[in-house]
Design a protein around this ligand. Structure first.
Ligand SMILES: C[S@@+](CC[C@H](N)C(=O)[O-])C[C@H]1O[C@@H](n2cnc3c(N)ncnc32)[C@H](O)[C@@H]1O
Length: 217
């Protein structure tokens, strides 16, 4: 990872005008993309871990090298804390983490769908610094613009998404609002321990960091 990082540049200055229609369309249908072969081993590992654990579950989606997974596993020490990232490159360099953590190489959307199908609710779900996809045409690649977004609501629990792009967290807050969920947008305090490698890098580069949080039923 580079030592410093440039701020997100986008021709989009505020919430994408197409967001409400997209979120409502996704909420009125289920995401039907078939499971990808590449995700099947992770889904199998997930089943085995959940069958064994049968307690509270915390999800760390887009965990990268898993610094946040390790911190969250220490914080939620009676929960199974699952870090998910699609990149073997990132996961191969993962942090040492407590025994109550599990790392899965998979697409997060596939994990969300599998958990919903198992009727597994979450105690908490962290989505820390997902790729911003700053081009307006990339709206549907952002977490809240993706057809799998309603699955996040179905998983319940405390949800926290962080980004160094204010528009991203505002859009996520609007998407939650459109689906009837109140949320809170705030600046991530700069004096807290960095939860992730990217958070650390963004702080070192002088970026303002934003969070959107919600407590889902
Ligand atoms: C900007 S990095 C942030 C990583 C980590 N959360 C951090 O803050 O250090 C975004 C991560 O999302 C992962 N990623 C992107 N799309 C994904 C997807 N659909 N499913 C799982 N991981 C994904 C990438 O591999 C990358 O590690």
């Amino acid at each position: 990872m580079q030592a410093s990082s440039s701020k997100v540049h986008s021709s989009q200055a505020g919430v994408h005008p197409g967001l409400p229609a997209l979120v409502k369309r996704h909420a009125s249908s289920s995401w039907r993309k078939p499971a990808q072969q590449v995700d099947l081993p992770a889904l199998d590992l997930l089943d085995k871990a959940l069958d064994k654990h049968r307690g509270p579950v915390v999800l760390d989606s887009f965990c990268g090298t898993g610094q946040s997974t390790a911190i969250l596993a220490a914080r939620y020490d009676n929960a199974l804390v699952i870090g998910v990232d699609k990149s073997s490159h990132r996961l191969d360099r993962r942090h040492a983490a407590p025994d109550n953590s599990l790392f899965l190489q998979a697409h997060c959307e596939a994990i969300w769908r599998h958990l919903v199908a198992r009727e597994q609710k979450l105690l908490a779900h962290y989505l820390l610094y997902p790729n911003p996809w700053p081009k307006p045409g990339h709206l549907s690649r952002r977490v809240h613009g993706h057809p799998a977004f309603p699955l996040i609501l179905a998983l319940g629990g405390y949800v926290e998404l962080r980004s160094n792009w204010q528009v991203y967290v505002e859009e996520c807050g609007v998407a939650l609002h459109l689906l009837g969920q109140p949320s809170r947008i705030a600046v991530v305090p700069g004096d807290q321990e960095a939860l992730t490698l990217f958070e650390h890098k963004y702080r070192e580069s002088g970026h303002q960091l934003w969070s959107v949080t919600a407590t889902l039923p």
